[in-house]
Ligand binder design. Structure first.
Ligand SMILES: [Ca+2]
Ligand SMILES: [Ca+2]
Length: 82
């Protein structure tokens, strides 16, 4: 009984956190045309290439999934405080 409760709690925790990140993950997968796990300027296209400057924290001119999540989290944090 105890074990199934813990498992259920874990499943719910994973479900809710992935629901929040899910939209960004889906967007990332869509934009990452070559599937290497990074978004290049070419993949983002001319109109969105400027976002690399904003999100690229390690300076490799590519946006990793982590960099996208960090950017979105920071942006949300800012919005919540305002
Ligand atoms: Ca890519
Ligand atoms: Ca980067």
């Amino acid at each position: 009984m105890m074990n199934s409760r813990i498992v259920l709690a874990l499943i719910l925790a994973v479900f809710f956190s992935s629901a929040v990140a899910g939209d960004y993950n889906a967007w990332f997968d869509k934009v990452d045309a070559d599937g290497d796990g990074y978004l290049s300027a070419a993949e983002l296209g001319e109109k969105k290439a400027y976002k690399i400057d904003k999100m690229d924290t390690d300076g490799d001119n590519l946006i990793s999934r982590d960099e996208l999540m960090q950017y979105k989290a920071a942006k949300k944090h800012k919005k919540d405080r305002a």
